[in-house]
Design a protein around this ligand. Structure first.
Ligand code: NBP
Length: 513
């Protein structure tokens, strides 16, 4: 929780303003020297340090730096004299060092540490100043924080940042939320440090309050699905063709020259080619097969459940990591019956091409589901999110950067109200050319006893989406039978109930359950 006492102190110092209050120029608290910095970074671990260096490298920026443990601030300044950092040993010094409106980007651990830092900044900042949270906050926390900070007249911007430490240093994909007014100040600074794709900076004002962190969360959900799909493709090729990891790296290199071109395919080849120095084995064979997770994939799925949006590919990817990590249970289950391990495809090249197509089709499903979640949340929270812009800012700097994001931007430019991304002409055509191979791969995997949860659930989603009729009609009948939950009919308006425990005649009904 934000610290109410600190806030009350703040209110004592400052009149109650609105978020539209003009920035104050002359009441900066006890500046010992003239404010020289135009931007500050609070939190100097790997992400904050690199972002501060990126900011400092852009003309026009003077960057003030602050870290709770001051020795880390000193270390950063000593290691990078070229950056011209302004040292702040306290939050007050930080505020004093900044020109108004002050802008500070928080890069600390999400959750309570972020709340603590916001409280401190609120106590030294003034109306019109801007606090940016660049951490991986849950978007509902950002909505709460934005509403609370707005009460003080200070702007609060939740900004999704993707690209890891390398992106933070050389150009991340940036997904800021917050008010349009705060973006007028912040936008040019973010534009200067963002990754660039074909001349365009990978940043846009995503929407108000938590929209930026929401979109970053879905980005990570898609990332989970993409990684799981690639892992399934690798596993099927290895077990179906007997190729070595290094040989499969060559396959991924080849794929990276076509429609699958992406950062994740590129790094997959590098990981597969890596040899363990100790054992001489492929590194992938000595890494424990238990995948970790930091929670943003789970948030994407939990939020989708709340919104009623099927993100089955992303969910399977999250669950696949959970299953992989249940080591004791897996060890106890290895003798469960299944097909023999002696599976080998007849035509390795043909199978690899089928897997490539299955990967492309499943990947389209993952993105389509992710954009469905964005659309649903935009309606729920009143965000005006431009889907094509979201795809555009993911084209460089971030982990899911990929060639086909350009096709997504194009699809939404042609029809901003697409009922689903997969229904755009380009993606329909992709499905037409890939779905038969996709089915062959899912069948082969099931028959060989090789888990392919993301491939197979994406295919099931696809077939569910395109079905004329679903067995949901039977489920409605069952629900009406045991709970009088009622159903609608295909041939007339209204809500109906069959009197199952009586004479089984149908009556018009109102669902009260
Ligand atoms: P960490 O998430 O490891 O956080 C370490 C920083 O938080 C240090 O500066 C630490 O200060 C500070 N901190 C903590 Br912990 N508690 C604090 C408190 N109560 N008050 C003030 N400062 C506090 O750093 P990171 O890996 O650089 O990530 C920063 C943010 O960026 C996180 O929210 C992360 O989720 C997000 N992010 C990370 C990546 C990535 O690839 N790593 C990518 C995108 C976003 P100290 O030095 O005094 O302990």
């Amino acid at each position: 929780m934000l610290d109410r006492i600190a806030w009350e102190r703040h209110f004592e110092r400052t009149p109650m303003p609105s978020a539209n209050t003009a920035p104050s120029n002359s009441t900066a608290p006890s500046a010992s020297t003239a404010p020289s910095a135009n931007i500050a970074v609070v939190g100097l671990a790997v992400m904050g340090s690199n972002l501060a260096r990126n900011l400092a490298s852009r003309e026009g920026n003077t960057v003030a730096v602050y870290n709770r443990t001051t020795s880390k601030t000193d270390d950063l300044i000593a290691a990078h004299p070229e950056a011209g950092f302004v040292k702040a040993a306290t939050m007050q010094e930080l505020a004093d060092s900044l020109q108004t409106p002050r802008t500070a980007i928080i890069m600390v651990k999400a959750g309570r540490p972020t709340d603590a830092v916001i409280d401190e900044l609120v106590s030294v900042f003034e109306p019109g100043d801007i606090i940016v949270d660049g951490g991986n906050a849950l978007f509902t926390d950002t909505i709460r924080r934005e509403a609370a900070v707005r009460e003080t007249g200070i702007h609060f911007v939740g900004c999704g940042i993707s690209g890891g430490e390398e992106g933070a240093l050389n150009g991340p994909s940036l997904m800021p939320g917050g008010t349009a007014e705060s973006y007028a100040t912040l936008g040019p600074i973010l534009t200067g440090i963002a990754a660039v794709a074909e001349g365009e900076p990978c940043v846009t004002h995503v929407g108000t309050d938590g929209a930026g962190h929401f979109v970053k969360m879905v980005h990570n959900g898609i990332e989970y699905a993409d990684m799981q799909l690639i892992a399934e493709a690798y596993d099927l090729i290895r077990r179906g063709t007997g190729k070595s990891p290094a040989e499969i790296a060559d396959v991924f290199d080849e794929w990276n020259r076509g429609e699958l071109e992406s950062y994740l395919i590129e790094i997959t080849a590098e990981v597969l080619r890596q040899v363990d120095a100790d054992t001489g084995q492929p590194l992938v064979d000595v890494i424990l097969d238990a995948a970790g997770a930091k929670g943003t994939g789970a948030w994407t799925v939990q939020t989708a459940l709340d919104l009623g949006v099927p993100v089955s590919g992303i969910a399977e990817a999250v669950f696949a990591r959970s299953l992989s990590s249940r080591l004791a249970q897996r060890a106890a289950a290895t003798d469960l019956p299944g097909p023999s391990d002696a599976w080998q495809v007849d035509d390795a090249d043909a199978f690899i091409e089928d897997v490539r197509q299955a990967l492309f089709a499943s990947k389209i499903v993952a993105y389509s589901q992710g954009f469905d979640e964005i659309v649903a949340a935009a309606v729920e929270h009143g965000w005006d999110i431009q889907k094509g812009e979201v795809a555009r800012i993911w084209r460089a700097g971030c982990i899911i950067r990929a060639r086909f994001l350009k096709d997504i931007t194009k699809a939404y430019a042609e029809d901003p109200d697409l009922p689903a991304l997969i229904l755009a002409p380009y993606f329909r055509a992709a499905m037409a050319s890939t779905h038969e191979a996709w089915r062959r791969v899912v069948v082969a995997a099931a028959q060989a006893g090789i888990p392919s949860p993301a491939f197979s659930s994406s295919l099931a989603y696809y077939d569910g989406l395109r079905a004329d009729r679903l067995p949901a009609a039977l489920i409605q009948g069952q629900r009406d039978f045991f709970g009088a939950h009622t159903y609608r009919r295909i041939d007339r308006e209204g809500t109906f109930h069959t009197q199952w425990s009586g004479d089984r005649t149908e009556i018009a009904a109102t669902d009260t359950h």
